[in-house]
Ligand binder design. Structure first.
Ligand SMILES: C[S@@+](CC[C@H](N)C(=O)[O-])C[C@H]1O[C@@H](n2cnc3c(N)ncnc32)[C@H](O)[C@@H]1O
Length: 348
């Protein structure tokens, strides 16, 4: 690519990024006012119909539609509006992996924290952004525990992403063979439920904080009783339960520092029988740490608010840690959708 084309490409990305916060909120407003849903049900709907449906002033709707059209999520056709296929597939959908609740969750839990970024990076702590939450503890997860509504709302916002990301994990030939899996930091049980639905021989135990396992237990369908179980505790302070042939860390290693992760991996290794496997499923920055928009946003969120540490480590970091705690054989499945990698270590 010539110099000027490269300049134009980066400048276009720059425009998207710096105008992004306003446009991000316009997308959420369009979801809340059912603009995208209405256009989906009435492709080609004229402005007047949309205005009657949303009941907002014509001028305000004009401004919102300019914003939506500028994102290209919505376009104009024959005097009316139509959704792009991206809007249809990812925003106007009843599928559990739709982005709607994720974006609403980013607005509530992530983006209010980012103005504290300079101080968080300078001081090396997440204290400033954590101040917005009641209770004690140095992580968002501990703070959420003081209020069941916060726990439910937070997990509702990460659930759709877990659905979206789970496909590549569930398709993996090694996870398919596990009979009893411990899901460390298993959250609301989305992965556990999907896994036992997919594999009739599988049983999964969610190991998470008591406030989260209580929430997860409410969502376990009756027909999966006895196949999706919960184990409440602190993954750092408490022993890992035994009797599992696989231990999964799905998005729970990104959250912590290398030192903390090695401690967790050593505990997992110790709890496994010979032949047992550790599965690390995470969003991973590229090896050269130069790309990955999802990885970059997540890493900033973790450091500014969630835990004050961690990042979307490149897959090589996980391989190194697994080797360090004693896994004889370590392999990576990289290039999975949404910047994911699965790293597997075997205890021999
Ligand atoms: C980013 S979420 C991952 C959720 C889920 N595994 C997924 O793939 O979406 C991290 C999880 O780790 C849990 N967690 C954080 N610190 C913990 C601790 N000290 N003890 C137990 N669970 C903890 C949180 O409650 C949360 O459910």
């Amino acid at each position: 690519m010539g110099d000027s084309q490269e300049f134009d490409r980066v400048y276009e990305r720059f425009q998207l990024i710096v105008n992004g916060p306003a446009l991000f909120n316009a997308v959420i407003t369009a979801l809340e006012l059912d603009v995208l849903g209405f256009i989906s049900r009435h492709p080609g709907a004229p402005f007047e119909e949309l205005q009657r449906h949303t009941e907002i002033q014509p001028h305000k709707l004009r401004v919102l539609m300019l914003a939506l059209c500028s994102t290209e999520l919505v376009g104009r056709r024959d005097g009316g509006y139509v959704n792009s296929s991206v809007a249809e597939e990812h925003l106007v959908t009843d599928r559990p992996e739709g982005w709607r609740d994720t974006l609403i969750g980013w607005r509530r839990f992530q983006y209010p924290a980012f103005p504290h970024m300079s101080s968080a990076l300078r001081t090396g702590t997440n204290a400033a952004a954590l101040d917005a939450y009641p209770g004690s503890g140095n992580t968002l997860y501990e703070r959420l525990a003081s209020d069941p509504e916060l726990v439910a709302s937070y997990h509702d916002s990460i659930g759709p992403f877990t659905h979206l990301f789970a496909h590549a994990l569930l398709d993996n030939v090694e996870i398919a063979e596990v009979r009893k899996l411990l899901d460390v930091g298993g959250g609301d049980g989305t992965t556990a439920i999907k896994l036992v639905r997919r594999y009739a021989h599988a049983e999964v135990t969610i190991f998470d904080m008591p406030s989260v396992t209580r929430h997860a237990a409410l969502g376990i369908p009756d027909d999966l009783e006895g196949r999706v179980l919960t184990h409440a505790g602190d993954i750092f302070e408490d022993d890992f339960p035994r009797g599992f042939d696989g231990i999964l860390f799905s998005h729970s290693m990104e959250v912590f520092s290398p030192e903390h992760n090695i401690k967790l991996l050593a505990k997992a290794f110790e709890a496994l029988p010979p032949g047992g496997k550790i599965f690390l499923y995470n969003m991973c920055a590229s090896d050269d740490e130069q790309s990955g928009l999802l990885s970059a946003r997540l890493s900033l969120f973790l450091n500014v608010l969630a835990s004050g540490e961690g990042m979307a480590y490149p897959a090589g970091d996980y391989e190194q840690w697994l080797t360090e705690v004693g896994c004889a054989s370590v392999r990576s499945y990289t290039g999975l959708p949404y910047e994911h990698a699965l790293v597997v270590g075997v205890k021999e």
